[in-house]
Write a protein that binds this ligand. Structure first.
Ligand code: ADP
Ligand code: MG
Length: 265
């Protein structure tokens, strides 16, 4: 697969809610190994796009394809994601975080990541119930992997802290860690910097770049323009469900159509 082929391709996606087209024939091509920004004023359709990509919503029309060359594609030219369930899409290698933090609040940071790793257990129910050696080995391996993920997102020393007792910025990083536990090829982040302090945003930025450098493609919805400018290789702009601009971060920021969309909001 050549580097120019997109990892994710969205073709003419339409998402209609009653009389409202939250997405109106939106095309999107995300190149592998990049951080692709998705920006636009409030209500422009960004979260709707995330929900279409992850199977929460079934698009009214249009297609979503994960490229060949991924495990998911299984040698075929690409795997259609539209119409599949959220768990099928997650197992295809597309992980996400939500605009509002969604963690198991009473569970520790480690346990939250272990939940994300659950899919990797190979043993049968029998192994689980009887605690067979196979199961015990898998659990040891899962804990080691979860700890490695926590270290990666800077939470290694907070593994035993309950999620609800973590500062908000750390909760957001834990959500990213839990998504990474799926071993994704594509990670979708919906406003990860929302509500964070400047030092938290700086830490988050470093981690998102590390994720990209580890070979995971990222789609980043973000309204902090400095974060978008600092991180994104390419940016698509939505306004009222239409894609109004696309290109390099700087190019898009100076596009009159984009400036007008933000001023009008
Ligand atoms: P953004 O994330 O860019 O702020 P959204 O994708 O959340 O915007 O919303 C886009 C538009 O679609 C908004 O007008 C919103 O009210 C509408 N919308 C989103 N989800 C639904 C839904 N489940 N039912 C009805 N309207 C929705
Ligand atoms: Mg949103």
């Amino acid at each position: 697969r050549s580097g120019a082929d997109p990892l994710l391709q969205v073709e003419k996606a339409v998402m209609q809610f009653g009389g409202l087209k939250a997405l109106n024939e939106v095309d999107l091509a995300v190149r592998p190994g990049t951080i692709h920004g998705l920006i636009g004023p409030n209500g422009s359709g960004k979260s709707t796009m995330m929900n279409v990509l992850t199977g929460i919503y079934k698009p009214t029309a249009g297609g979503v394809t994960l490229a060949a060359g991924t495990e998911a594609a299984n040698g075929s030219p690409g795997k259609r994601l539209d119409g599949r369930t959220p768990s099928e899409i997650a197992l295809s290698g597309v992980a996400r975080t939500f605009q509002n933090v969604q963690l198991f609040r009473e569970m520790t940071a480690l346990e939250n990541v272990l939940v994300g790793l659950h899919h990797s257990f190979q043993g049968t129910l029998f192994d689980a119930i009887l605690g067979t050696p196979r199961r015990r080995r898998e659990e040891r391996e899962a804990r080691a992997r979860a700890m490695a993920i926590l270290d990666f997102v800077g939470l290694g020393s907070l593994a035993q802290v309950e999620a609800r007792n973590l500062p908000y910025g750390k909760q957001r990083l834990l959500e990213i860690g839990r998504a990474l536990a799926l071993d994704p090829v594509l990670l979708l982040l919906d406003e990860p910097a929302a509500g964070l302090t400047a030092p938290d945003i700086a830490e988050l930025t470093v981690i998102i770049r590390k994720i990209r450098d580890a070979g995971i493609t990222v789609i980043l919805i973000e309204h902090h323009m400095d974060v978008v400018m600092g991180l994104c290789d390419r940016v698509s702009v939505l306004d009222f469900g239409h894609k109004i601009a696309e290109g390099g971060a700087r190019e898009v920021q100076s596009d009159p159509k984009v400036i007008e969309a933000y001023l009008g909001s």
